[in-house]
Design a protein around this ligand. Structure first.
Ligand code: SF4
Ligand code: SF4
Length: 178
């Protein structure tokens, strides 16, 4: 199956479901969409969505972050935007922010608050994972339960989680700064 089709289906899980029932952008004037280096990683196969959509609000580059799959080194694409996009075209990482998938030391897929979000996002700074909208949390888990059945996505998520470990070292199990 074309991976673009899979991602476009998963995007729909987040068309109406957001981290809270209220517009959290009003708390912070959309802090997650600001900044000169506003870039989000694309998950394996997601680039095909943007090859197809050809958005006029962003561009894609290969990042320095890579993972090994089938003995090949694969650079992770990153999409940069100017802080405005077509909401219906935003990538998966933006749809799930400030949560992120994480594979723990036992190989189990979990959904956690992205430790990189804690510096800018009021939700990431203050909420326990259980305090997000239940439908949002459920859909994030559902999306990654589906994606992680693909070997390459799982391999990427494992490498990505080891990168997150470098940030998680600074936080306790509740997500607070140590
Ligand atoms: S930074 Fe956090 S609170 Fe602000 S819009 Fe983004 S997800 Fe919502
Ligand atoms: S792609 Fe859209 S949602 Fe994502 S950071 Fe840029 S403006 Fe925000």
């Amino acid at each position: 199956m074309n991976s673009a089709y899979v991602y476009l289906q998963l995007y729909k899980l987040f068309d109406k479901v957001t981290p809270l029932k209220v517009d959290c952008g009003k708390l912070c004037e959309r802090a997650c969409c600001k900044g000169d280096d506003c870039g989000m990683y694309l998950f394996p196969g997601e680039r095909k969505v943007f090859n197809m959509l050809r958005p006029n609000w962003g561009y894609i580059e290969n990042s320095d972050f890579s993972y090994t799959y089938n003995s090949k080194q694969k650079s992770v694409p990153i999409i940069f935007c100017s802080g405005n996009c077509d909401r219906y075209q935003r990538p998966l990482a933006c749809r799930i922010f400030p949560l992120t998938p994480y594979i723990d030391e036992t190989g189990t897929l979990k959904i956690i608050t992205d430790p990189r979000a804690k510096a800018l996002c009021p939700l990431a700074k203050t909420l326990d994972i259980s305090e997000y909208d239940r439908g949002f949390l459920k859909n994030v888990k559902r999306a990654f339960d589906i994606l992680a059945t693909n070997d390459e996505v799982y391999t990427f998520l494992d490498t990505y989680s080891r990168q997150l470990d470098e940030y998680l070292k600074f936080y306790n199990s509740k997500g607070g700064l140590l």
